[in-house]
Structures are given as structure tokens and as C-alpha cells.
Design a protein around this ligand. Structure first.
Ligand code: AN7
Length: 357
């Protein structure tokens, strides 16, 4: 098999990089877009505000712009290995973008069910451009997921939502990378929660990193749902979840148990943040040069809440996951910003407009 490698660096893509820690063999055809290896950026502003050492795992820099690619490379590779010819997923947007891209690369048919009117434009564009069969349903994500589960049971089509165990396996590699970058585990790990697959994956990753001797400790795991879509916090499914952060507009998370296990056994917690707080953190991150989508800002908003609750010990090491890229949702980005002003194509008026004249 041809192996793709970047000159002078470790093997590319999470499967080659963590081959011995994933359920793969030499027979597994590796379908990759060189996902993973995303930056862990130190945030000076947040570190100062939190009186802690705050690191941001910028997952928006994966090939399709979200963390989903880590799980999708493995889910699609295993689907090909098992002889599948078609995959299906329900999605609030990012899963479908990723599934469409990786299915396209593997030559598989990809079907996608999305909740009507609640998928950001960039994500929809991705699924369409990669040739997925995209169907909008008159219902929310939870209903879409139930329908795809039924489809996968009745027909020879592989479900690639995070109920597919290979998704979680792939996504755990982000925790490996954090431990590798820091040379240790963080003290606190903070992230948004929707369907709860990712927090389940990180917790598994941190535990495996410790077992492998890469770290001596485990972080406290904190997950944040949007207030209007916070079933785990409320302790019961939410029939009609509502939030501006459409990626996490989920009322009955598939990995509910994984999330509560991660928070409870690590001494962390699952809490909620208001839409207003999500938007504020979204803007703050953008000011710091980090364009993320709204759902991604829920983790940072959550970190601020932890600080208010006195749950951020001075000087501790914190990692916060920025799950998706801001370009996914251009409508939202533009809605809150001033429109460019039209000026004559002459230096004078331009300088005047910029208060330089
Ligand atoms: C940017 O794409 O559920 O708790 O269908 O897109 O693992 O679900 C997306 C979820 C956070 C929540 N941030 O992660 C989908 C989907 C972003 C996301 C989450 C999602 P999980």
C-alpha cells in the first residue's frame, strides 16, 4: 500500500499516527484526509482572566472544519473494510459534512438526514458539494437519528453517527495529542456537549493515555450544554431543544451515559450556559484571532462559569476544545457585524473613513 507522509514528520492522519491504539489491522484500508494534528494554542487573554494556564485545542482546523473528521476517518475506513457500499447519518451539520467528504474519498454512497432549517449554511454546502444525498426532515436531530438507526437496521447501510463505536475510537486521539503537546494531562478539560460522543471519546483518550504511561494524572471533565438544549443537566430528554448554537441543538444525546460517566468519575460536571454567554465568548475568541462556530464557544463560556463558581484553582492547566470552524456559519458571523461601507475608489475618502486623513 502507498503510504502518504509529510516530509520530515510523523505519519499523517490519526489512523497511521495512532495505529497501535486503534481497532485497525494491516488489512484496514485507510481512508484519510490527514485529519488530526491540530494546534493546541495558548490563550493569553483567557489565562489572565482565569488566573490559570489555558490551552485551546483548535479542532476547526481539521480537513472538513470540525473534530468529526477524527471519528469519520475510522468509521469510513472500517465500513470499507467490512464491505459496506453506503453510509447514513443524522446530523446537525458537521457530521454530515465529514461523512460526505470521507464517503466521497472512499467511493461510498452517503445519505444524510438533517433537521429542517437548523443546519448552518457552510455545513450544508459541504454535504452537497461532496455529493451526499441530503434530505431535510420536518423534525429535529433526535428524530432524524432515530430514523437513521431504523434504516441501518433494516438495510445494508452503515450508520456513521457516534453510536458507531469507531467514531468514538477515532475521536479519542484528540486527548492523545493534548497529552503529547503538554507532556501531561490537563487539570481541567472543558468542552461543549451535544450528542455527547466527543466528551465520551476524550475521557477514553485520557484514560488510555494514562494507562500507556504518557501521563500520570487524569483531568476533571466538564461538559457544557446550551441552556435550551440541556437534557443531561435537567435529567430528562428535552422534546423541543432550542439554542442559537445549532450544532448542539440536541434533546436526547446518544452518549448520555458516556458523558455522565466522564464527569462523575473524573470529579467534573455537566452544566449549561446561556445563548447570550455563548455569543459573548464567540466574539471574544474572534477578537483573539480564533474564528469558531457558536457551539464551540460554549466550552469557553463554560470555563468562565467554572471560574465564577470557584472551580478553577489558581495556576491550574486547562484545556478547552474549539470543536468547529467559524466559516461553517457565515450567516451568523455577518449578522452580528457591521457591514462594509462603500467608499469611492480613491485614497482620500478611504483615509478619511479610516480616520487617517
Ligand atoms: C461544532 O454534526 O451532533 O457532544 O450531527 O458540531 O460529540 O455531539 C455535532 C456536534 C460540538 C457536540 N461542537 O459534540 C452533528 C453533531 C460542534 C458540533 C458538538 C457538535 P457531541
Amino acid at each position: 500500500m502507498r503510504t502518504e507522509q509529510r516530509a520530515g514528520s510523523a505519519p499523517t492522519g490519526i489512523i497511521r499516527r495512532y495505529f497501535d491504539h486503534l481497532p485497525v489491522s494491516d488489512e484496514t484500508p485507510i481512508v484519510t484526509l490527514h485529519e488530526g494534528g491540530t494546534p493546541l494554542l495558548h490563550s493569553e487573554r483567557l489565562s489572565e482572566e482565569m488566573n490559570a494556564e489555558v490551552w485551546l485545542k483548535y479542532e476547526g482546523l481539521n480537513p472538513t472544519g470540525s473534530f468529526k473528521d477524527r471519528g469519520m476517518t475510522l468509521a469510513i475506513s472500517k465500513a470499507v473494510e467490512e464491505g459496506s457500499e453506503a453510509v447514513v447519518c443524522a446530523s446537525t451539520g458537521n457530521t454530515s459534512a465529514s461523512a460526505a467528504a470521507y464517503a466521497g474519498r472512499a467511493g461510498l454512497t452517503c445519505a444524510v438526514l438533517i433537521p429542517k432549517g437548523n443546519v448552518a449554511l457552510g455545513k450544508l454546502a459541504q454535504a452537497l458539494v461532496h455529493g451526499a444525498r441530503v434530505l431535510e426532515i420536518d423534525g429535529n436531530f433526535d428524530l432524524a437519528l432515530n430514523l437513521t438507526k431504523e434504516m441501518a437496521q433494516a438495510y445494508p447501510i452503515t450508520l456513521v453517527n457516534s453510536v458507531n463505536p469507531f467514531r468514538i475510537e477515532g475521536q479519542k486521539t484528540a486527548a492523545f495529542e493534548i497529552v503529547e503537546s503538554l507532556g501531561r494531562s490537563p487539570d481541567l478539560h472543558v468542552m461543549p456537549v451535544g450528542n455527547a460522543g466527543n466528551i465520551t471519546a476524550y475521557w477514553r483518550g485520557y484514560r488510555e493515555a494514562k494507562r500507556a504511561g504518557w501521563s500520570q494524572t487524569l483531568p476533571k471533565m466538564f461538559g457544557f450544554q446550551a441552556e435550551g438544549a440541556a437534557p443531561i443537566v435537567r435529567g430528562e430528554p428535552v422534546a423541543d431543544p432550542k439554542t442559537v448554537a445549532t450544532a448542539i441543538r440536541i434533546g436526547n444525546p446518544a452518549s448520555w451515559i458516556g458523558a455522565t460517566e466522564a464527569s462523575a468519575s473524573s470529579g467534573g460536571g455537566i452544566y449549561s450556559v446561556r445563548d447570550k454567554e455563548i455569543v459573548e465568548s464567540y466574539r471574544n475568541l474572534a477578537e483573539e484571532g480564533l474564528f469558531v462556530e457558536l457551539a464551540s464557544a460554549a466550552g469557553v463560556a463554560g470555563l468562565r462559569q467554572l471560574k465564577q463558581r470557584d472551580l478553577v484553582p489558581p495556576g491550574c492547566v486547562v484545556t478547552c476544545v474549539l470543536t468547529g470552524h467559524g466559516l461553517k456559519d457565515p450567516d451568523w458571523a455577518i449578522a452580528g457585524a457591521a457591514r462594509p461601507k462603500l467608499v469611492p475608489a480613491e485614497l482620500g475618502p478611504i483615509l478619511q473613513e479610516l480616520d487617517l486623513g
